[in-house]
Write a protein that binds this ligand. Sequence first.
Ligand SMILES: Cc1cc2nc3c(=O)[nH]c(=O)nc-3n(C[C@H](O)[C@H](O)[C@H](O)COP(=O)(O)OP(=O)(O)OC[C@H]3O[C@@H](n4cnc5c(N)ncnc54)[C@H](O)[C@@H]3O)c2cc1C
Ligand code: FES
Length: 1288
Amino acid sequence: MVSKRDPTSQEIRHFSVTACLVPICSLYGAAVTTVEGVGSIKTRLHPVQERIAKSHGTQCGFCTPGMVMSMYTLLRNHPQPSEEQLLEALAGNLCRCTGYRPILASGKTFCLESNGCQQKGTGKCCLDLEENDSSSLCRKRDICTELFVKEAFQPLDPTQELIFPPELLRMAEDPEKRTLTFHGERVTWISPGTFKDLLELKAKHPEAPLILGNTSLGPAMRSKGHFHPILLSPARISELNVVSKTNDGLTIGAGCSLAHVKDILAERVSELPEEKTQTYRALLKHLKSLAGQQIRNMASLGGHIISRHSYSDLNPILAVGNATLNLTSEEGTRRIPLSEHFLAGLASADLKPEEILESVYIPHSQKWEFVSAFRQAQCQQNALPDVNAGMRVLFKEGTDIIEDLSITYGGVGAATVSAHKSCQQLLGRQWDELMLDEACRRLLDEVSLPGWAPGGRVEFKRTLVVSFFFKFYLQVLQELKKLIRPFPVPNSRHYPEISDRFLSALEDFQGTVPQGVQRYQSVDSHQPLQDPVGRPVMHLSGLKHATGEAEFCDDIPMVDKELHMALVTSTRAYAKIISIDLSKALEIPGVVDVITAKDIPGTNGTEDDKLLAVDEVLCVGQIICAVVAETDVQAKRAIEKIKITYEELEPIIFTIEDAIKHNSFLCPEKKLEQGNIEEAFEKVDQIVEGEVHVGGQEHFYMETQRVLVIPKTEDKELDIYVSTQDPAHVQKTVSSTLNIPINRITCHVKRVGGGFGGKIGRPAVFGAIAAVGALKTGHPIRLVLDREDDMLITGGRHPLFGKYKVGFMNNGRIKALDIECFINGGCTLDDSELVTEFLILKLENAYKIRNLRFRGRACLTNLPSNTAFRGFGFPQGTLVTESCITAVAAKCGLPPEKIREKNMYRTVDKTIYKQAFNPESLIRCWNECLDTSSFHNRRMQVEEFNKKNYWKKRGIAVIPMKFSVGFAATSYHQAAALVHIYTDGSVLVTHGGNELGQGIHTKMLQVASRELKIPMSYLHICETSTATVPNTIATAASIGADTNGRAVQNACQILLKRLEPIIKKNPEGTWEEWIEAAFEQRISLSATGYFRGYKAFMDWEKGEGDPFPYYVYGAACSEVEIDCLTGAHKKIRTDIVMDACCSLNPAIDIGQIEGAFIQGMGLYTTEELKYSPEGVLYSRGPDEYKIPTISDVPEEFNVSLLPSSQTPLTIYSSKGLGESGMFLGSSVFFAITDAVAAARRERDIAEDFTVKSPATPEWVRMACADRFTEMIPRDDPKTFKPWSITVA
Ligand SMILES: Cc1cc2nc3c(=O)[nH]c(=O)nc-3n(C[C@H](O)[C@H](O)[C@H](O)COP(=O)(O)OP(=O)(O)OC[C@H]3O[C@@H](n4cnc5c(N)ncnc54)[C@H](O)[C@@H]3O)c2cc1C
Ligand code: FES
């Protein structure tokens, strides 16, 4: 949070900012509050910190300080905010673990009491339970709906907040305004004190940019290599912040932040009659969705306008609103229009180098004038628009004759584009259907976009050009009717009523604050209070996450003689390395060495998967060598100077289609078969065949890959601090790379800032390369990947292409199913074979189909190797199965849920691989989900809605799930723990699992507490270390808490057995007394616990086995609404029922379900990886790759744990829930396709469209084909090279 004294109002203003974009010099005179300054576990917690932790709003905790600061800033400005303000404050923060619901829940405790949604009328919310509510869950008395006790929170006391430092206040009041100059190594920052000085400086340094918010300059300097030796900062110039209101318009200083502009416009809109505020309201609409609040707090109006980004959300509106720019230089002032020529950057219409933009004048609109803004992005919030537009029409007074018309578009060219010619040609026309048709044709002609246009999505963008105009047409028509009807004008037209069915085109989806209920079974009333098992205990590190005191790998302070490493990666997809020239890099000051394959003393990975490339590269992003330098910046600068020459090799393969063509596979086909599929196909009523494409997914853990390797002086020992799910694998890899025994290497994992499978295999690569650097230089090496490199190098979820053939009877009973899947494995094997196996094993999901054939292959392509990811193939593969069901339903004319029910396992049975199981809980989850979601009623309401609305459609889907947990090998389930009791009675627990945010350490202490019968406060976990528990298995496959819990239990039971005689002798004694006595009697107070593993095996030859210890069952129902004209959707409601059996910790388990669900929703709706035709990943950061934000959470989001469910196998009858929720995100996908199908039915287009995930706005819009999609020009793909390729 940055606090400054506003020179105009003299008030202290607090605003949240994006720290990485704030230049340190810009903070002169400002007070900065970080999470450490807000509160501390050592002194006093701030209520925001306390509440986010106790509401279970932290999992890995990496995002938590940011969340705390956004909320804290909000409360500094509004001690009792509204829920809408809370949502707005958090919309710019990302969290990959929690699914946001608990974070929001913590913030809501500060808000004014909400009255609920009022949907039940009489002031009641739809979530209020009523006596006669039909849900069986609601009726049960032992069901809890609270995960924390709000009443126990300390109150917020604004008087206790830090004051603005008086020294800074004095500085701000100092009338003498000197120019400040800061000289850096390469850059000089000059901050003039007066306007006159600024103009003088600008005249002296015309090339120097003005730096305001740095949100445009900063990213360009960071990732595009832009360099400015002098920066002029006008932050202290009050003239740039002046706002003046006149009778005909509003002048806003160019230095005002966009957040301030939003407030100014909102104020003006509330003061003026509606007709005068058309432009202001259009600007306000876009200001709500432009970036997040942090960026809006920093970015200035002037910077926004002058940057002239083609995606600018404000420039198109300012241009049609006839805004003018007030320019000033030493020569004087002048005005220029914010015209299309200015936006195109024509020198004649631009600023002169010595001029600055002082302010912007935006005139009022007038009667008979209408201004609108349109925007479509990959998601509602925090996403740059694909296309946006500003449109204005002025009619001859009292008529519908167009007197003036301006239309500008963003996102469809290198700059904001004006459709000036089309507009001119439409002057004098009446506002009617004929005009609409002609306008669309002309617009498409004028705003033409070539097939190869950068950014891709060309046909979608073309469709938006006309869809937006259609929306504008309808909006204006509505307004005209209102204006003309009361004053019938001679010769004016009679307006046909717009049918109610078409009015839905006009409404935009509004951001709504999510609501929801979490239900779980309370513990037995006889359970001792001290026993924490089954209770919603807060994450052990929750409070430390919230205060920033939780230490992640890169928080470890710099160690003596530490050096930094940066990686050099291939820019070619498949090529021979001809030469590597390091000379220029080694000349850079601070550079110590460059590590290449030649420096590896042991093995360089495997033959097919090298740590550092030798001779040839197999993908863009493959690591070739690594620079070691004194600072991170020097190392990064040096990698730019390394010259590598390549010779391209062939064939280069990126797509699954090409891999199949070239027979390029990583491993043999995996196959399972049952019954006689060919015979069955001959006896069925109908057969459908189809294809499904599922895109890949980036892990996007908040903490990127990082490692710190510290070589010791003795015996080649190494200490490695690494963010990994598998420290033993890092240890082993470093050992073989350095050719030293494993016992010299100790890996430490305190906590991991999110893993999701992405930190199982890869951290070993980074650990080994850093270790080579440490060995060669003798220095500690720190290697921290930035987001771009992490996304480029590490790979993610496998993209999948599936083909199915399904035979069924007319009543929907499926008799035969043949599925063949191909996954894109990338250039090395990694986990691709295992993923293929799991995919095939899990494909049947919840269905009993007698005749089945599942085949799967992993394709070898020239992309970075894909790897493990939450769900391990299940989320992709099962989308194929569920798509089959939907296709069968369409053919039978039945709803998909009927087909699902008809084909679901019903009784004790065997899976395709002959593993016996009882589907009772599956059926219970399904029925509970139908029940709690009032599915059947809502299905009817959806149909009613769809009958009444043409341009908006709703869809609803309910999906069952049978998710197998664990690895298909017994040895992978073994786990160990080490428990020490110290003489003061305190207990140190160590086990083989890693804390990834999933709360494993919390659960382990709950287990130890129950077993040793002592409060959790006696227990502690320090870290996971290969020195305390050796030979561990990766924390993955949802089984970590299960297996390690059994090991902890075992250790505690051994210890308790040893203590038994002492306790018997002194039953009234205290724990401390017993421990003291045990020590006196020389009883060992340390024990190793061990769990030998669940039996699991799979015989692929026979296609039989018991590969999984148990299944997690669940069901989810989601409802969405889509905008057929833009492809946008909103999530109306989701209900999840999950069979957790006896949850060890319902808060953690519900958190896992919610987090996985939202991550799954991202996979199926917004997360789209884009590759260039040369195999370069474009989407390498949050700008291009859209993980869900808080605005994506369903408006109503309910999660229930199935009550009274038991499993004898696992610890305390609990189930592992780490992954399963991921697939339930597909209920949103199927709800979207349900809505699209409704649109297509109405438009009489075939329902069997190709299923493609993610269901992006582009896919939805193009699938809802209509007159606008028909009118756009289509390109022959053979005639140009596309901007991006599809690899699934
Ligand atoms: C994460 C993120 C998300 C974003 N999302 C969106 C979005 O959804 N929609 C959208 O439209 N934009 C978006 N933006 C872009 C943002 O709106 C612009 O970057 C911002 O408005 C630029 O303002 P600034 O003050 O930061 O400019 P700076 O970076 O400080 O400066 C930019 C340029 O403007 C010049 N300049 C600044 N002020 C003056 C002046 N008074 N006179 C002369 N020249 C001047 C500077 O010389 C410089 O060349 C996003 C940016 C980020 C970082
Ligand atoms: S808790 Fe938010 S990213 Fe992990």
